[in-house]
Design a binder for this molecule. Sequence first.
Ligand code: FPP
Ligand code: ZN
Length: 434
Amino acid sequence: MDGAPRTLRCFNERHTAEMLSDDGVETVTSVEQNKVERSIEEVFTAYKQIHSLPQPTLLREHHYLYLKKGLRHLSDAYECLDASRPWLCFWILHSLELLEEPIPSAVASDVCQFLSRCQSPTGGFAGGPGQHAHLAPTYAAVNALCIIGTEEAYNVIHREKLLDFLWSVKQPDGSFVMHVGGEVDVRSAYCAASVASLTNILTPKLFEDTTSWILRCQNWEGGLSGVPGLEAHGGYTFCGTAALVILGKEHMLDLKALLRWVVSRQMRFEGGFQGRCNKLVDGCYSFWQAGLLPLLHRALFKEGESELSRQRWMFEQQALQEYILLCCQNPTGGLVDKPGKSRDFYHTCYCLSGLSVAQHFGNQELHHEMILGREENRLAPTHPVYNICPEKVAQALQHFLRLPAPEDDRWTGASAGDRLSDPASASGSVDNQS
Ligand code: FPP
Ligand code: ZN
């Protein structure tokens, strides 16, 4: 890290003192936690036996080959994701952009044509051709198209119809259902805000009461639950917080309580994050949880917090990198939840996204890298609100801001040019820090 190799936490003999002590009372939770800690201890011990130098390696080439193959051929194991096909495009394309692997133009064009077949005649994208539009694949498809970032990709998105779809899932209390007749949870507010802001169709009316609905999801723990009244969880906390950043209302959260909750989700021994209190570490929370720290850093900075570091996020960036590099890499390519689990494109995407967050502090103007291992481990930075590379966000905003905001007869109030928040300023990076 920063040139000279640092000692890994697992080389420190005090590291095992971080393992769980159940005070002699076994519970289902403590038994599971012990099992995971033992399997991770085995990984660390094996690493120490083989390597004297603390230089864990990102298996770039293996990950690249795994991802490249996945764009064309998926095994039978992916049948269960038949209603999540735009997600596969996003997970793979984003992983490739993090690895700075270019997407051949023929592949990019095929992905555009495929996503176009997933677009519903009534607006929004479905999980596959002929299926019903749903907010989750809509988010994934728009992100995938913005990563491709060509005219062909942008032109796939039918913005007027997308706005119709967003209205069709909007609820009177400010929340959104995931699809017509479907369930409400905070993922939908994020998916809607993300696609609306990227494509310049975001209107105050569309998000009326959404802020207050999301704020009701923050509970006594400090994190956010899927709907008001339930348990705080990293996936939902990310969605609710990022949605509020897009809407320019993140300061209305109890930011200090949220900070306390999320930093407590980083595991003492494993170094990775758990999704909720008393649950197990999982590589995908490397993004859902660690990705909250850039959002919080910026929000606290805007609130005038003077104690903020200008070099690091408020979590153990090295510990997370150790967990991902030592415990989450499949030796034949792809990344996993935890040792012993199978690789998949979801965990590959979110482990790499989290690794990127842990490697890069700040934005283009104020940027500090903390790369564990050699320089070849360096990934591209990711935008903490949209989770695509920041240049692709800027390019999409530039493209769609040139296009007129669609006429919206559900729009009441100010002129169409008077947006709830300028999407360009909704960047979750620590803009204007200097
Ligand atoms: C718990 O699973 C997981 C959830 C309840 C949902 C998590 C939500 C996300 C990951 C966010 C999705 C984001 C978008 C944009 C759609 P579990 O009980 O198997 O896992 P756990 O034990 O780790 O909590
Ligand atoms: Zn996971």
